[in-house]
Design a protein around this ligand. Structure first.
Ligand code: HEM
Ligand code: HEM
Length: 185
């Protein structure tokens, strides 16, 4: 059987859905924490709803990834480039699951009685074993906010690598993660 050269439709759909959601959540998160922003309560509820969506999709994606081998990287990549790609991808999986968990832990620890209702319909419980504590809330908030900012750097790096593959190396690495693009010979 010929070696697989593209990511599957499921992997591509999950990659881009989660990427758009995470980029949106970072922009949203940074805007809604500005005290001058109107309708902050609504924005917080939307941020939490889309964040939990990322958690569910990412768990599914991780399981999918463990059950399916991705196409191999092109030959000729330097050792450090392969290592950097692997590190970035693993870091993304940690962030895709870790960031929503930290956000959920933050609101669970908050002594303020603000319920989480996903899209104003599905009541979402707090994590039961996390005690209410302002100190804990601050710690989770610190981690959630700073890892969120680090994620921007990782996305820039990842985007830059994809563009280098496409425009400098002229290989199939970008194309195989893009739904409509044709593979190069
Ligand atoms: C991948 C998913 C997520 C990303 C990328 C993300 C990103 C962010 C960012 C960048 C901020 C702004 C931090 C700051 O200005 O210091 C933020 C704030 C916040 N996030 Fe998330 N978030 C995610 C998921 C969640 C989830 C699932 C929840 C809760 C269920 C949540 C709750 C919050 C809250 C309450 C704040 C405001 C914290 C504050 O008042 O300083 N987030 N988020
Ligand atoms: C928050 C945003 C993003 C996240 C979390 C993310 C995450 C990931 C992960 C985890 C992989 C590895 C797939 C696997 O083997 O399991 C991957 C691959 C890929 N991503 Fe992203 N990505 C994001 C944004 C982007 C953007 C903006 C681009 C645009 C250029 C992009 C282009 C690619 C490409 C071309 C691959 C395939 C790399 C390869 O075949 O080795 N990603 N991404």
């Amino acid at each position: 059987m010929a070696a697989q050269t593209r990511y599957s439709k499921t992997a591509i759909a999950l990659h881009w859905t989660i990427a758009v959601l995470i980029i949106g959540l970072i922009i949203f998160g940074l805007l809604m924490t500005n005290p001058n922003m109107p309708n902050r309560f609504v924005l917080y509820q939307l941020h939490k709803s889309f964040g939990i969506m990322v958690l569910i999709l990412s768990i599914f994606r991780l399981i999918w990834r463990l059950l399916h081998t991705p196409p191999p990287l092109p030959e000729g990549m330097k050792k450090w480039e392969v290592a950097a790609a692997k590190f970035t991808h693993i870091a993304f999986y940690v962030i895709m699951i870790g960031m929503p968990l930290l956000g959920w832990a933050m609101v669970s620890a908050s002594p303020l009685p603000i319920p989480t209702e996903l899209f104003w319909t599905i009541p979402w419980p707090d994590i039961p074993f996390i005690p209410e504590s302002e100190e804990l809330e601050d710690t989770f908030q610190f981690l959630h906010g700073n890892i969120g900012k680090l994620t921007i750097g990782l996305i820039v790096l990842h985007f830059g690598a994809a563009m280098k593959h496409h425009f400098v190396n002229k290989d199939n690495v970008f194309v195989r993660m893009f739904p409509w693009a044709r593979e190069r010979d």
